[in-house]
Design a protein. Structure first.
Length: 595
């Protein structure tokens, strides 16, 4: 929704040193600034901010990005909200790409604000009612909660009457009460409060805005827990209860614990385990996992040990697979039967509960392997073949290369085959083709610890965007993968009116197919402090010669691919391309007669 040129201007106006220093005190260290990382615990500072690159990077946990990225991570905001925070700080009005109907867009924004306002007013009302409800106060005290914790989570109480909220609105018939999920419109125009006779748990988004409620019935009654319905503000599959309140603790521990109920979150916070969040009456979704992995390197799902808990855990595993990241861990903790996190920590205490987290939780790889082998008869070839069949759709979703390989290797050992054979059985790798060889453009090294030439060029270019003007991408080459990413970086850098900073160049690719490639290159390449501390270490001549060699390799591979097909099978366009390739190769031979 925000034009790219505005983002470029914003990153030119703000200084990342000033932005970070508002939240984390920085100290000058040579050309850069240092601090202890705000995203994980450390004793020696490894969090580096580069004023020349307008980039931050932690050499301890790997977090990195622009000023926008820092605000997103530190405050837990989405991209648009982070842009607005930075724009406000330098008095830049944020333009937006308007819809075809500006009036409809303005009406939608006004409606959203009115929903936020009525939900905030309802939270204040429920909080006031809690003070005058001995039964609700007694219930919370009986669950071991203090007034301090109740205030921290803004707990309240909805009296057991039909139209409580009529006391806080001018007109109880207003439609926005229904749209906010606070009022139900029944038959014959009758209206009544959705929440009655319940302890109320406000649900906040990452900005701290109340977007819905959860209500726990006092005494007996069904349903025991009641959530707000889906509204323009509230989508269960995207939100997590307690995430706003837990942000600081999650950063300090670099861990987030996912539980199943509001009371679990609140009770754990009461006992010092303040990094817990809960899903909102729905299974863990991929969006939940994506959001959690942005906040911490360790995610622990805590479920009851019964059949329902096992089912919920497997669903969480399935939805997590596409979002796994090497260097981050997901694990599963199953508490003893008859216990949930609330009851366990109250009976055994904080130390015993955290010991369970450390010693009894099962990593995702182990849980996946355990469940797959449990479902089949591993003593027979048929059973092992069944395991391969069941593993195929799961393995296909794993995008974390190192973890995916390790899981496949372990399953291959259990099946009794080599990992290459297992990969062919599960479709992860094709069997070698017989007959004519297929020629493809150069691909990066398969060795995970060796940076390919192309990735090195991407790193150098992101660190030195001005170098884009020193090279030229050759016409007619069908580029893909990292090579296409490099070409896109060069094209964007050359198109800028003035040379962009490293942060600006990287931000240009947020939300594009190349974002993950650029990000992975940065994560792999910025681990040497000298990369940021000594920018003069970069060598322009090495970049130009490396780029030229890469272009030559592309030419050679494409020449082989075309020539092996035979002239009679080439189109006129292919023949012209082959002729151009031969011309370039001949010119190269003249300049480099020994090659």
């Amino acid at each position: 929704m925000i034009p790219q040129d505005f983002i470029d201007q914003l990153l030119t106006r703000v200084d990342i040193v000033d932005v970070v220093d508002r939240y984390v005190p920085l100290k000058k260290a040579g050309q850069n600034y240092l601090a202890c990382c705000p995203f994980h615990k450390e004793k020696s500072p490894s969090f580096t901010v580069s004023p020349s690159k307008q980039f931050y990077h932690c050499f301890g946990c790997g977090m990195h990005g622009s000023a926008i990225g820092f605000v997103m991570e530190y405050q837990g905001l989405g991209f648009v909200d982070a842009v607005r925070v930075l724009a406000d700080s330098v008095s830049m009005p944020v333009p937006e790409v308007r819809h075809a109907d500006p009036q409809a867009e303005q009406a939608a924004r006004a409606r959203r604000l009115s929903l936020e306002e009525i939900l905030a007013a309802a939270a204040v009302y429920f909080k006031q009612q809690l003070k005058s409800s001995p039964a609700a106060v007694s219930y919370l005290k009986g669950r071991g909660l203090s007034g301090e914790i109740a205030a921290r989570f803004a707990l309240g109480y909805a009296p057991d009457a039909w139209q409580n909220l009529a006391a806080i609105v001018p007109d109880y018939q207003e439609e926005y009460l229904v749209e906010a999920g606070l009022v139900i419109a029944g038959d014959e125009g009758k209206r009544y409060d959705r929440f009655r006779g319940r302890v109320m748990f406000p649900i906040r988004n990452q900005r701290g805005v109340i977007i819905g409620f959860g209500g726990r019935v006092l005494g007996q009654g069904e349903p025991k827990y009641l959530n707000s319905p889906e509204t323009p503000l509230f989508e269960k599959g995207r939100e997590l209860y307690g995430l706003y309140e837990a942000r600081q603790a999650i950063r300090e521990h670099n861990r987030v614990l996912v539980v199943e109920g509001y009371m679990d979150v609140v009770a754990l916070a009461q006992y010092g385990v303040a990094y817990a969040v809960a899903t909102l009456g729905t299974a863990t979704t991929g969006e939940h996992v994506r959001k959690l992995l942005k906040h911490a390197d360790q995610v622990v799902f805590c479920f009851d040990g019964d059949k329902a808990g096992q089912k919920a855990a497997w669903r969480a595993l399935e939805n997590s697979l596409p979002f796994l990241v090497d260097g981050k861990s997901l694990s599963f903790l199953f508490l003893p039967e008859a216990h949930d996190p609330d009851s366990y920590i109250r009976e055994y205490g904080t130390e015993a509960f955290e010991r369970q987290l450390s010693e009894a939780s099962v990593p995702l790889s182990g849980y996946l392997t355990r469940e797959l082998t449990r479902r089949v008869d591993m003593s027979t070839p048929e059973g092992r073949a069944d395991l391969v069949k069941q593993a195929m759709p799961l393995l296909a979703q794993i995008t974390a290369p190192a973890l995916g390989f390790i899981i496949r290797k372990r399953l291959a050992e259990l099946v009794g085959v080599e990992v290459d054979e297992f990969d062919m059985m599960t479709g992860q790798r094709k069997a070698p083709a017989r007959g004519r060889r297929e020629y493809r453009l150069p691909r990066q090294s398969a060795q995970p610890d060796v940076m390919s030439t192309v990735r090195r060029l991407i790193k150098w270019l992101v660190m030195n965007p001005a170098w884009a003007n020193e090279v030229e991408v050759r016409d007619s080459l069908p580029l893909s993968g990292d090579i296409a990413c490099l070409a896109a970086l060069i094209e964007r850098a050359q198109a800028c009116v003035s040379t962009p900073t490293s942060a600006q160049l990287a931000e240009n690719f947020r939300g594009t197919p190349f974002e993950s490639q650029i990000d992975s290159v940065l994560q792999a390449s910025l681990r040497d402090p000298a990369e940021l501390a000594n920018p003069d270490e970069f060598d322009l001549d090495m970049f130009k010669s490396g780029f030229s060699r890469m272009m030559d390799a592309c030419d050679d591979a494409l020449y082989r691919q075309l020539s092996v097909r035979g002239l009679e099978h080439l189109s006129d366009e292919d023949k012209r391309l082959l002729q151009e390739l031969m011309r370039r190769m001949a010119a190269r031979a003249v300049h480099n007669p020994l090659k």
